[in-house]
Design a protein around this ligand. Structure first.
Ligand code: GH3
Ligand code: MG
Ligand code: MG
Length: 326
């Protein structure tokens, strides 16, 4: 493990280094508080630091205060070394953010033990960060399909709408729903239904661009957010998604299952001032329309049709206003 030793006294520095090397630490030396602070600011700085209290420029507590002010995820464990005469200042040292202190002259075994407890705290901190990351991932992803969760895709949509207004681009919003999925469950069983959902998710992910977001909005309903996508782009992408699901049945242990997808398309951002909830409603209405017209097809929301008919910037090709495919 790497450890930073900051001490302006060359004899103390060398003595400490000798101990630490002997205990298998990899030592990084700083000659004063200034140098210590600059080392601790580096991304790969040691996570364990022994700082002498008295140093020219920034003293130990000063470095400590800066460190704690900076915050961040990567915790650095600090042990302050104080001269015996400063024993009364221990409170000041700890209040500066130091984790532990030792008075000079110190006992080598005591130093070694205190460093060990510092390492334990760093290890716990690392485990906590790891667990926290795993939890964040779980919250943002649907466990069955590995897609973004409902909350995560809605958050993506919210952010992309804000971005699109700033950058004056549009965002394609697709609401997609597997057709007659209840029948699939009823005919082949729930496990086969799950396999179909996983495969559908995989095909959808593969049909959109890496910067497009796909999320599981509900049971067999998906929300796709496509930044920078206009009406014709969104319609084309919807056709790709529809084809990706429908062109090949899904092979499951319970049988080969044909599946189709219906999609409702709307476009937000840009000149469209509609808020997130309204866009969801319009995409949902278009999806309902696609279902009504016989499923396995793409429908564009009337709001998008009207809005973009008004703005001469983009005309909607006649044949894709509502597509009917069998
Ligand atoms: P439509 O074409 O109108 O969308 O018909 P549908 O049968 O797909 O729609 P409906 O909403 O009636 O049924 C959806 C079904 O999806 C019902 C529910 O049991 C099933 N479902 C939801 N989540 C899951 C899941 O995680 N796994 C499985 N196997 N089925 C699910
Ligand atoms: Mg359905
Ligand atoms: Mg549904």
């Amino acid at each position: 493990m790497r450890i930073l030793v900051a001490d302006d006294d060359p004899i103390h520095r060398r003595l400490l280094e000798a101990f630490l090397v002997n205990w298998d630490y990899e030592v990084v030396l700083a000659h004063d508080g200034e140098e210590a602070w600059s080392i601790l600011q580096q991304n790969d700085s040691p996570k364990l630091a022994i700082l002498d209290w008295m140093m020219p420029g920034r003293d130990g507590p000063h470095v400590c205060r800066e460190l704690r002010k900076r915050g961040g995820n990567s915790y650095i464990y600090v042990l302050l070394l104080t001269a015996n005469s400063q024993k009364d200042d221990i409170v000041v040292g700890l209040e500066s953010g130091a984790d532990d202190f030792l008075t000079k002259p110190y006992n080598a075994n005591e130093l070694r033990a205190r460093l060990r407890s510092g390492r334990r705290i760093l290890e716990l901190q690392e485990q906590l960060l790891f667990a926290n990351d795993a939890l964040q991932f779980q919250l943002a992803h649907d466990p069955l399909t590995g897609m973004l969760s409902r909350a995560a895709i809605l958050e993506t949509m919210r952010i992309e709408l804000i971005r699109s207004r700033r950058e004056r681009t549009t965002v394609g919003i697709l609401m997609a729903d597997l057709d007659h999925f209840k029948q699939i469950n009823d005919t082949y069983g729930h496990l086969a239904g799950d396999t179909v959902l996983r495969e559908a998710a995989k095909r959808m992910r593969a049909s959109v661009r890496p910067y497009d977001a796909v999320g599981r909005y509900g049971g067999e309903e998906f929300l796709i957010v496509m930044p920078g996508c206009n009406i014709s782009g969104a319609m084309r992408r919807s056709e790709d998604l529809r084809n990706a699901i429908g062109k090949k049945p899904v092979d499951t242990p319970e049988g080969i299952i044909p599946v189709t997808l219906s999609l409702g398309v709307t476009v937000g951002g840009g000149v469209n001032t509609a808020e997130l909830e309204e866009l969801l409603r319009t995409a949902d209405a278009a999806l309902y329309e696609a279902k009504n017209r016989g499923r396995n097809q793409v429908a564009l929301s009337t709001q998008s049709q009207e809005l973009f008919a008004k703005s001469s910037k983009e005309s909607i090709p006649e044949e894709i206003v509502v597509e009917r495919k069998t």
